[in-house]
Structures are given as C-alpha cells and as structure tokens.
Design a protein around this ligand. Structure first.
Ligand code: MRU
Length: 356
C-alpha cells in the first residue's frame, strides 16, 4: 500500500519491536505505533489499535515472536504458552488470530530456546508475507467480477488496513483499477465503530478509487433503486458449511441482496476458513462495550480527539460486533485459490486447493 507516496504494511516487525498503523487515529492522523512487549501487542489487538482479520492474525504472530525473544531459558515453553493464552484472549471471532498463534506454536514445538527464537521470528514473518501474497491473489481472482463502471457495495473495512497489504474485499477493486476498469464504491458507514466511514473511505481515497459513504440503513434502499451491481465483503471466520461471520450489518446487506438477486461475494484468505466449526451457529460472536453504541467519537474543529454521547443519560445498549450470513445467500467465496461456492464442498475444496 502507498500512503502519501510511501510504501507501508499495516503490521511490521523488527526484532522485538512490532509496528502498527494506529487505526483509531485515522483518517485524521496517520501515525505508526511501536510496541516492545507481547502484552502491549495483545492490548493493541483488544483495544483495536489494529483490527481486521488478517492484520490481527499477523500482529498476534508478531506478538508470539516477541514473547519468544522475551522468554527465559528456563521455562521458555511455559512462557510461550502463557503468551499464546494472552494473545488468544484478545478477540474471539476472527479465525486468523488463532490460526496465526497456532502457526508460531507449531514452529517452535520441541525446539531448544535458541532455535525456537529464530523459528518464531521466521514464522511470524512468513505469516505476514503469506497474508500479503494471499490478498494479492484474491485481487487477481476477484478482479474479473468488476466491469468498468460497476457500482460495488462494501461493508466495514476489508482493505489493506484489515490485512498486511492489499486487503480481501477491496483487493479486486484495486486490481481492476490497475487493469484500467474503474468502479464506484458505496461504503457502508459501519456503526458503531465506523470502520467504513473512517477507514475504507480513507483507504479508497489513497488508492484513487471513487466512493461515497452511506448510512448503514441506506444500503437496502440503494439496492432497491438499482444502484448496486455487486456486493463484496470480507469475512472474520468461515465455518465448514460456508456460513460467514463478518462485521455486524453484513447479514442485513446479504438478505436484501438475495431478495433482489444482486450478487453477494465474500473475499477471504484461506487462513479465515475454520473446518473445525461445523456451521455459523458455533462461531463465537464478540460482544463489545455498550459505550461504542452510546457514544461516537472523532476530531473536533479545534483539532482535539473527542468523544460525544449521542444516547440519553442512563440508556443501555447491546453491541454485537459480528453477525453470521448463511452460505446459501452467498454467490461465491473469493480466495487466493480461486472462487468457490459457499457450501461444505466449496469450503473443503478451498481449504485443499493449491494457491493459484
Ligand atoms: O472488528 P473489526 O474491525 O476487527 O472487524 C473485522 C473486519 O474488519 C470486518 O468484519 C471485515 O469485513 C473482515 S475482513 C478483515
């Protein structure tokens, strides 16, 4: 990704230092934070300094590598097991988090500390590099779906800020644009944290992709007016039967798209597939603080980061962070290995196929 003319990755690591783009400050300030201990890295995931399935996976792997560099000679593997518990406890829904931590644990299993440290750092780098490569390939497979002038609807942020580079749902748009086909994107605001309005709109602007932000409750009306040709969202976890957990609001968008016969695609790297989860009903759904619903926040005209309460004093809220869309409503899963049906057979094929 290019930000103000300079290449960046959402997550990077240099020895014990993990660097992240500080996402709550976007779009008003672009700042990179440095974290020097795996517990700081875990806090950055739970507080959503970094967010998005692939990005939190790569960050968790980097946190595990930090833990390997911190761990004492005696009790090395116990220290790593405890770090894995801490990092796993940060957010429950995105499969990439658990997959990435498992990758590092597998890489160090049975190794003496000196080799294990090197193996952990190398594995964390591989997780990040593979995420970027997979997202680039998702773009190649998805780009043919985007014709010149297409009006595409998306939800949340499933671009390069949500991964190490390229992104999932937005990668086909970036690829199509490089191939000379320009699309227009309806960006769902994505309350309560406004990942669409704050992050996707900013990210698309960096890439020169034309877009407009809409209130979440406008998406259905625009589809009914014939102003949406195609929907592409990301995924936080895909169950073995093709059901997809993604940011809250995806279900409503998919329901309207199905009703109106609008193609609804979900883009994801295979690291988001969870074959051990039989259906969407078994996917753990994160519930976050009610304050995210009761308040909104942003930059004041005086240049201060402020939080304002929109709800009446004493009002309560419920804050489900994700919902589950049935595989039967999904036109196809765009992966780094090609496009597959959102069925048990399609998920099995996507999990087994070599990268194309
Ligand atoms: O709560 P977030 O911002 O971490 O949500 C995850 C997401 O970014 C979206 O659900 C996205 O569509 C999944 S693809 C990274």
């Amino acid at each position: 990704m290019i930000v103000q003319g300079q290449p960046y990755r959402t997550v990077s690591q240099d020895g014990p230092e993990v660097r992240l783009i500080d996402q709550p400050l976007l779009p008003h300030r672009f700042q990179v934070v440095s974290l020097h201990h795996h517990t700081q890295t875990a806090r950055a995931i739970s507080e959503m300094v970094v967010r998005g399935a692939g990005a939190i996976g790569a960050t968790a792997a980097a946190g595990m590598a930090q833990a390997a560099l911190e761990a004492p000679e005696v009790g090395f593997h116990d220290y790593l097991a405890e770090a894995a518990r801490t990092l796993s406890g940060t957010r429950p829904t995105a499969q990439n988090l658990f997959w990435a931590i498992g990758r590092v644990l597998d890489a160090v299993a049975g190794e003496a500390p000196r080799h294990a440290r090197e193996a952990a750092v190398a594995e964390a780098r591989a997780v990040a590099d593979e995420d970027a490569a997979a997202c680039e390939a998702i773009g190649r497979h998805g780009a043919p779906l985007i014709r010149h002038g297409a009006r595409v609807s998306t939800h949340c942020n499933a671009g390069w800020l949500a991964f190490v580079d390229w992104g999932s749902a937005l990668s086909p748009l970036y690829r199509a644009q490089r191939e000379g086909r320009r699309a227009f994107v309806w960006v769902d605001e994505t309350r309560p944290r406004s990942q669409g309005a704050r992050l996707t709109a900013w990210e698309l602007a960096q890439e020169g992709v034309d877009c407009a932000i809409i209130a979440d409750n406008a998406a259905g009306a625009l589809m009914a007016r014939g102003e949406v040709d195609l929907v592409i969202t990301g995924a936080d976890r895909v169950a073995a039967n093709g059901d997809v957990a993604n940011k809250i609001g995806t279900y409503s968008s998919a329901a309207v798209a199905r009703l109106l016969g609008i193609p609804f695609y979900v883009a994801l790297p295979s690291s988001t597939l969870d074959l051990s989860c039989p259906s969407g009903a078994e996917i753990p759904i994160e519930e976050r603080s009610q304050d995210e619903v009761l308040y909104t926040w942003g930059w004041s005209d005086e240049g201060r980061f402020v939080r304002v309460r929109t709800a009446p004093p004493g009002a309560r809220a419920r804050n489900l962070a994700f919902d589950v869309t049935p595989g039967a409503w999904i036109t196809g899963l765009i992966t780094e290995r090609g496009i597959f049906p959102a069925t048990s057979e399609g998920v099995r094929q996507a999990a087994a196929a070599p990268q194309a």
